[in-house]
Design a binder for this molecule. Sequence first.
Ligand SMILES: Nc1ncnc2c1ncn2[C@@H]1O[C@H](COP(=O)(O)OP(=O)(O)OP(=O)(O)O)[C@@H](O)[C@H]1O
Ligand SMILES: [Mg+2]
Length: 372
Amino acid sequence: MIGIPEELTVLSLRRKPDFVDTPCVRSLCERAGFYAQAGYPVHFSGPAGTGKTTLAMHVAAELGRPVILVHGDDEFGSSDLIGGQLGYRASRVVDNFIHSVVKTEENVSKVWMDNRITTACKFGLTLIYDEFNRSRPEANNVLLGVLEERLLELPTCRSGDGYLQVHPEFRAIFTSNPEEYAGVHKTQDALLDRMITIKLGHYDPDTEASITSAKSGLPMDDAQRVVALVRSFRTMGVNHYRPTIRACIMIARLTALRNARATADDAIFREVCRDVLCCDTIKITHDGESVGEDRLEQLIQQACAISDPPAETTDRPAKTGARAVPSNGRRKRKSAVIHGAEDAPEAGLFAQAVELEAAGPPSIEGDPEGNL
Ligand SMILES: Nc1ncnc2c1ncn2[C@@H]1O[C@H](COP(=O)(O)OP(=O)(O)OP(=O)(O)O)[C@@H](O)[C@H]1O
Ligand SMILES: [Mg+2]
């Protein structure tokens, strides 16, 4: 865009093809998008891996304006956000009007350069301030006037009267980790008071499975077993936040890349699970001994047990309106839909549902009306 300092990168975000849009994700995006369009700053707050940055990017893309991205940093001062006298301008005048006399005059002066918040306010961009509470509260003070009075206060050394009127199209989306996380600061109440905070936790099992499948290419039923395993493992931790969906995606991608299956009897899959989840298993100890790995094996057996259909079932003739099992013997099963599993001793319920489904009898799937 014309006038934007070359040093700053302005993003033109598009909806990602693998963005998963289940009802709960859609509801979050719609609410956030509506608040942002109405002019309110939106703040996604939650533990690691709960989708804050992805949602912020998606909502920004939907707003359809160019985006400027800032990552919170403890080292930030206000000049890192609004700008400062960061450059130099040098001028040199050589006066040779009288040929026997040469007069040279050199001037070096500091030049103000706008930084990201100033640029976003001036040109009406969408600001994504990711993990803003990693910056010290005093660095973020400049946002108080921007969000409320829509005035950005600037030092007088910048040309103008010291204030910049915020462009009407300017929008702001923030994300933050909980205060107890290492390296984050407590946010001033005045700033939080100016935003609409949407608290995020882990997605429901269906959404996690859809994301896992979309990001890995693993079939949905395999992805569901991976999610069931990770969720049951998560309940054993101290804060119930790890392992996150990232572990699901890692296990699923590696399983797919090695052409393995997410089943308890697949040695490669079990190996991948142990490696990805090992960092969390070592925290589970009994009498000073780590019991995490044994527990992990049990959970794999519970969440990922699957009994393949007997071979002869694939030979049964297909009835009208039914689809026969593919010749490779891998039956395509319907995905399990588990409502309310968030509140239940959840992973157990989910794993149980996956097991029930895995044990389901038909080798021929019914049509949507339930006819065979
Ligand atoms: N709706 C979604 N569609 C597709 N992938 C998603 C979705 N939500 C989250 N993810 C994936 O889940 C993972 C974690 O999401 P994200 O990085 O947004 O979490 P976060 O809350 O910002 O984590 P952190 O606090 O560690 O930065 C990423 O790999 C992301 O691509
Ligand atoms: Mg993030």
